[in-house]
Design a protein around this ligand. Structure first.
Ligand code: PMP
Length: 420
């Protein structure tokens, strides 16, 4: 299969070799590197992407969930075009665009106040800085398997050592109430914040139990730490994000990805008294800079998408479609080595050596690397663009027939390799 991959993608191979002359490994986003070499995409339209090798793919990467609207959603496109021609690029000034997007985010996610950043990574950074300022404490409780940005990850390839501020992280076990409680309570007076995802995206898709998440929130409250809920990935799962489904009331929520309409974006917000540390009128507060924090394109496209495309009703329906899709995949995976995890429109496909059907912590994830790669190679051959690690996300407007075709292709794969 590897051999066929190389033969089918010779243009990508050539570009990859050229790219390695200026980029380490020919790559500038680790998650998009794939062995033996990455596919080079040339363009996208709607729910499809087109490779330099002339192949057409149904896009199930969806820019790691940020591509919710697809590649040319008409309303997003026309907003971007009119913003470019009528407003122009960044104005080096405060604009109505950021005000209107902020207002809508506050409404949708129940935030008292919100601030924008350039990425989800920065949203995490500022949420943490704000929590430290607010509490006067330093340590942060996070969970093994968590991913909160390019320098805040505790999953494969990451540990306290390769993150910034290594001495300040306390890492607890995900989905383990007792461990979380004991770690939080034993360092009570030092902890500024507890930072958690409702579903660990890099798992891919290790879903948090509701009781676990509620217990973590309660423990954080009990010791006076800030409860930060990372919804950078999960905000698309319901009109008010995953917190609405679970019944959480985070002190601070971090956001990103699709909420910029496909343009680089991040945001953090929540309790008004906590966000006040960022109010420039308040003496002794925190400065919060970022040249592109209020970039015109992201503010306009994000607002247009949230107000007119991904409305509350659409969000509910879209995630029902995702649930149906996941259940169909789970159905065909019965009695096989494949495990399907996820919520709504975000999914993870696993090939676990011990055949377990549920993932609860990072340690549960022992993938059969060979099968994982074989699956990726074969899905590509069948015209589906998925990540090599097995994460999938849906694009709005992808025909259900294409999702059903994926289920069929997976079924055939399972039959073909049932002896492996
Ligand atoms: N938090 C979570 C849960 C994420 O999934 C991501 C991105 N994958 C981030 C934070 C970081 O966002 P960004 O890539 O925009 O920096």
């Amino acid at each position: 299969a590897r051999q066929r991959f190389t033969e089918r993608n010779l243009a990508s191979l050539k570009l990859h070799n050229e790219a390695t002359e200026s980029l380490p490994g020919g790559n500038t986003r680790s998650v998009l590197y794939s062995a033996p070499f990455p596919v080079f995409m040339n363009s996208g339209k709607g729910y499809q992407v087109f490779s330099e090798d002339g192949h057409i793919y149904t896009d199930l990467v969806a820019e790691l969930t940020a591509g919710l609207y697809g590649h040319s959603q008409p309303h997003i496109l026309s907003t971007l075009q009119s913003t470019l021609t009528e407003t122009g690029l960044n104005l080096g000034a405060t604009t109505k665009l950021e005000m209107q997007h902020a207002r809508l985010l506050c409404e949708r996610f129940g935030l008292g106040r919100v601030r924008f950043t350039n990425s989800g990574t920065e949203a995490t950074l500022h949420a943490i800085m704000g929590a430290r300022k607010y509490t006067g404490r330093r340590k942060i409780v996070v969970f093994g398997g968590g991913y909160h940005g390019a320098c805040f990850f505790f999953c494969e390839g990451g540990s306290a050592e390769n993150n910034v501020d290594r001495e300040d992280w306390i890492i607890a076990r995900y989905n383990d109430i007792e461990d979380a409680k004991s770690k939080i309570e034993s360092h009570a007076t030092e902890i500024a914040a507890v930072l958690v995802e409702g579903m660990q995206g890099s798992g891919p898709c290790i879903v948090g139990d509701h009781e676990f998440l509620l217990a973590v929130q309660e423990s954080a409250r009990k010791i006076g730490a800030v409860f930060i809920f990372d919804e950078v990935m999960t905000s698309r799962l319901a009109p008010g994000g995953l917190q609405e489904i679970v019944g959480l009331k985070p002190d601070i929520t971090t956001l990103g990805k699709w909420l910029g309409g496909g343009i680089t974006f991040g945001a953090f917000g929540g309790r008004e008294d906590m966000m006040q540390v960022y109010d420039p009128r308040v003496q002794g507060g925190l400065a919060h800079s970022g040249t592109f924090n209020n970039n015109t394109l992201g503010m306009a496209a994000g607002h247009a998408g949230l107000s007119q495309v991904y409305t509350a009703d659409v969000a509910v329906e879209f995630n029902k479609t995702g649930d149906k899709f996941r259940k169909k995949l789970q159905e065909v995976s019965k009695g096989t080595k494949m495990t399907v995890t996820g919520l709504g429109t975000i999914l993870g496909i696993h090939w676990l050596v011990d055949g377990r059907k549920e993932l609860r912590t990072l340690e549960d994830r022992r993938e059969d690397k060979g099968l994982l790669e074989l699956f990726w190679l074969e899905m590509l051959e069948d015209g589906f663009w998925i990540t090599q690690r097995g994460s999938l996300a849906l694009i709005l407007g992808t025909p259900e027939g294409e999702l059903d075709r994926f289920v069929e292709v997976v079924k055939k794969f399972l039959e073909k390799y049932k002896t492996l």
